[in-house]
Design a protein around this ligand. Structure first.
Ligand SMILES: [Ca+2]
Length: 152
């Protein structure tokens, strides 16, 4: 039997190059929960991008409550570090707001059942970041209200 070292070699070197650790997730739970920036409440790392996509059940909306313990590097128009929240499932969904600085955004609510959230940090100046609790609230029932009014 010929041992062919070059043949088994790829198994040993076939460890994939590890990309920078991703963060963020797709959240599709029936109940609420929470997530936070990496290392929270300690300083988040530089050069980080975390995308969180929340999906609520049909006819539900998503409510975020930001913790008061909050700090994202402040900058004009939050162009450096920020957390960006969009009213829908996509990067191009309507922008709700982009947050940074020392004041917690408080409560942010979607109009539909999806929310797209991205936390970004640049190469310098970090903060302790954010923590958010999400929950699902009843959507607007305009159609039902209209029908009710029509009958009475
Ligand atoms: Ca920064």
């Amino acid at each position: 039997v010929f041992l062919q070292p070059w043949f088994s070699l790829p198994q040993n070197v076939a460890v994939e190059d590890k990309k920078p650790a991703h963060c963020g997730t797709l959240i599709q739970t029936a109940n609420g929960g929470s997530f936070s920036s990496p290392n929270y409440p300690n300083t988040y790392p530089p050069n980080k991008e975390c995308v969180y996509i929340l999906e609520a059940h049909p006819r539900k909306r998503i409510q975020l409550i930001f913790d008061d313990i909050y700090y994202i590097e402040p900058s004009f128009e939050c162009r450096f570090d920020n957390i960006e929240i969009r009213d829908g499932p996509f990067v191009f969904s309507p922008l709700i707001n982009r947050f940074c600085g020392a004041k917690s955004p408080g409560i942010v609510t979607s109009s539909g059942r999806f929310m797209w959230i991205r936390f970004t940090s640049d190469e310098e100046l970090e903060g302790l970041g954010f923590r958010v609790e999400y929950s699902y609230t009843a959507g607007k029932c305009i159609l039902q209200i209209d029908l009710h009014a029509f009958r009475s």
